[in-house]
Design a protein around this ligand. Structure first.
Ligand code: PGA
Length: 241
């Protein structure tokens, strides 16, 4: 595990974007695993800026996102498909055919999850997986509890995740109750994992996940076992370690 300390959110975003653009420069046809949430938005902004300067080229890149709400059509403003287009894909030269997210409108959970794992397998796996971390240690929508050995699967969102995500919806009742998510096994199979964390609100969980015991009760703790894991955090998020 490597820990990179950044002064603030902007510095964290620049460092994370640097790691991603290095990956794209070294392997232009790489597979990037991408994440939604508030934390990576600055990283995507930075990548867009460097793309506009001609420093990074996404034309051969393929992406697979971590998760999608079950039941939300892509066009819904709150779908992760929309999030990724607004925050990254619409602003860079990525080929729309190389962008993958689970299909939230396929209500056959088993078929959709099997299909998504097969997409990742056929792409040859993920070169670099970007992650945020939830206050309860979730990565993707892998909430505390289930075993570490799952591929893509359907989850019931916990009350704390629904609470955390309601800020993006008009009202709490609009937050979908289920999602399709890559599993811990899928995430651990990525060749490199980059987790971004910022703000004092993440300090406790960062300490618990990366300096506490490895346990399914803190899903992100498994990353301690990953052979190429980088945590980029700002001073507030890393304050307790
Ligand atoms: P956040 O979410 O980046 O909005 O804090 C992180 C997560 O829940 O994975």
């Amino acid at each position: 595990m490597k820990i990179i300390r950044a002064k603030d959110y902007d510095a964290m975003s620049r460092k994370a974007a640097n790691i991603i653009s290095a990956q794209v420069i070294l392997k232009p046809d790489c597979v990037l695993g991408l994440a939604t949430g508030g934390t990576p938005v600055g990283t995507y902004k930075q990548l867009i800026e460097w793309y506009n300067k001609g420093d990074v080229d996404f034309s051969e890149v393929t992406t697979v996102n971590l998760d999608e709400y079950r039941g939300l059509p892509r066009e819904n403003e709150q779908s992760y498909w929309s999030f990724m287009h607004h925050n990254l894909f619409d602003h860079v030269n990525i080929d729309p055919n190389r962008v993958h997210l689970p299909d939230g409108t396929n209500l056959d959970a088993e078929a959709e999850c099997r299909h998504y794992d097969e997409v990742i397998r056929q792409l040859g796996g993920v070169d670099l997986q970007l992650l945020g971390i939830g206050g309860d240690g979730h990565i993707g929508f892998n909430e505390p509890g289930p075993a570490f050995d799952l591929g893509t699967h359907c989850v019931d969102l916990t009350e704390s995740t629904i609470e955390a995500n309601k800020r993006f919806f008009e009202k709490k009742e609009d937050v979908p109750r289920q999602a399709y998510t890559m599993g811990i096994k899928t995430i651990m199979q990525a060749r490199k994992v980059l987790l971004v964390a910022n703000g004092a609100g993440k300090a406790e969980i960062v300490k618990k996940a990366f300096f506490g015991p490895v346990t399914p009760e803190v899903p992100a703790s498994i990353l301690q076992m990953h052979p190429d894991f980088v945590l980029v955090g700002d001073e507030d998020a890393l304050a307790l370690i």
